[in-house]
Design a protein. Structure first.
Length: 178
């Protein structure tokens, strides 16, 4: 029987995003030429929230986009003959500092696919990776520049991120065991 352990409640979730927004601006040297791009599914909602936080604090209007990496996955053949592909919608990336936003960083394969897809849409000056949760377990040499929270998990564990836009609440839980 799996056990659920809360990692972030609604208040901690909100504080974490506020800190991440500040760190994005700091690491980017401001908001000039800054673009946020969320990876479908929950990365898009997180990117939208980070955009609102940054826009409010910096009096800006950042461009924000979304990526669906389905067709860029290295395991596409295992998904089946008709994968469900979501929307990719990107602003101009050329010469910009692009912040790729995702909910959980695990093996690094999703990020690799996102980097490949971004390269097909332009040539950013710089790319930063921003993740709410870094759970370790990398299979590729990829690390996040901005991390909300790091947690050690095993291969049989799962990290569930809930966002109010999709799930009716903001929370992060670790599910351990089968």
């Amino acid at each position: 029987m799996p056990s659920r352990t809360p990692l972030l409640d609604e208040r901690a979730f909100s504080r974490t995003l506020a800190r991440m927004a500040s760190e994005i601006v700091e690491r980017s040297g401001g908001t000039e030429e800054l673009v946020l791009v969320g990876i479908q599914r929950r990365g898009v909602e997180l990117a939208d929230r980070l955009k609102r936080l940054i826009d409010t604090s910096e009096d800006s209007n950042l461009p924000c986009g979304k990526l669906d990496i389905t067709l860029y996955r290295d395991d596409l053949q295992t998904i089946g003959p008709r994968p469900v592909v979501g929307e990719t919608s990107l602003p101009d990336l050329d010469g910009k500092t692009v912040v790729i936003v995702d909910d959980v960083l695990y093996t690094g394969r999703t990020v690799r696919a996102a980097l490949d897809e971004c390269a097909d849409f332009g040539r950013p000056r710089r790319i930063l990776l921003c993740v709410l949760i870094d759970r370790g377990g990398r299979e590729l040499p990829i690390q996040a520049d901005v991390v909300g929270t790091s947690v050690s998990t095993g291969p049989g564990d799962r990290v569930d991120v809930f966002v109010s836009e999709l799930d009716g609440r903001d929370a992060v839980e670790i599910v351990r065991g089968k």
